[in-house]
Design a protein around this ligand. Sequence first.
Ligand SMILES: NC(=O)c1ccc[n+]([C@@H]2O[C@H](COP(=O)([O-])OP(=O)(O)OC[C@H]3O[C@@H](n4cnc5c(N)ncnc54)[C@H](OP(=O)(O)O)[C@@H]3O)[C@@H](O)[C@H]2O)c1
Length: 317
Amino acid sequence: MRVFVAGASGAIGSRLVPQLIDRGHAVIGTARSPVKAERLRALGAEAVALDVLDADAVRKAVVAAAPDAIVHQATALAGMRDFKHFDRSFAQTNRLRTEGTDALLAAAREAGVRRFVAQSFASSRYARVGGPVKTEDDPLDPTPAPAMRETDAAMRYLDQAVTDAGGIALRYGGFYGTTSDGMVEPVRKRQFPIVGSGGGVSSFIHLDDAAAATVLALEHDGAGIYNIVDDEPAPIREWLPVLATVLGAKPPRHFPRWLARLFAGEAIVVMATESRGASNAKAKRELGWTPRYASWREGFVDAYVSPHPDARTAIRT
Ligand SMILES: NC(=O)c1ccc[n+]([C@@H]2O[C@H](COP(=O)([O-])OP(=O)(O)OC[C@H]3O[C@@H](n4cnc5c(N)ncnc54)[C@H](OP(=O)(O)O)[C@@H]3O)[C@@H](O)[C@H]2O)c1
């Protein structure tokens, strides 16, 4: 297939492009800077400069590329730090998830593109009631924290628009897999505390596994939503001390809810204490996907190559 990858130069895009090429697909990837375009070409892809928010340019680029499939992996999350003003920090990503999705879907219709796969998110999306692990059929959180309502709405919009158009929305877990991952520095500096009981459940996915699932989704017939997460959703009180050990950092601090609310805002407190994890059973069953890193326990060690002698012991306990 000819696959058009919007956001080919990003954290997931740059893992996806080589996997697509390895599977025999031709890739046309977007990159807005010459340096990133050159990196894409070095991976064996064609590069096009494109702003996904410019609907007319998207239409022209997609028609010119004449792809069989489109993957939407464009986000604007690099360097994100301010989770207190959650929606403000996600504003550009929310536009990419709404306006960007619309532009790519319209271009897909015009160019007769049969397959469409887009990036969505699993962690912290599901209703904060009942068991700790949720499937795609479980209800989404009807009352997200006020600070993240726009972000929540943008993800719902993407899931709906993509599946209505016959495509696939992949609800990825929290990405990890490079030493520049967002949580590395705060954990090293002990700026990532366990809040309250630390009972919020996280679902992770290694970037290589996320890319592998994306390739399989592109090759899969039919619309749908899939959680792309590892086999071990875990409460923060469990995974955060392990990550600290793997990184050779001191153990995480403990903050009461009120203090965390003051520093990081309500959205983070809700995630840290009430969030539910996601099940990958549907993706395994229907896409034939198995994550290479079944658990963040092995994945963190491989990703962060800790010099700390206790790291491998820590993951077994
Ligand atoms: N599920 C998750 O946990 C999750 C999801 C996404 C990101 N993240 C994390 O967030 C951090 C930043 O992600 P990232 O490195 O992928 O960077 P990013 O800034 O989120 O950019 C991602 C991709 O989107 C593209 N893009 C952004 N705005 C665009 C626009 N208007 N038009 C076309 N393309 C556009 C970028 O392309 P250009 O080259 O054109 O700028 C880039 O290829 C990473 O640590 C990543 O792991 C986590």
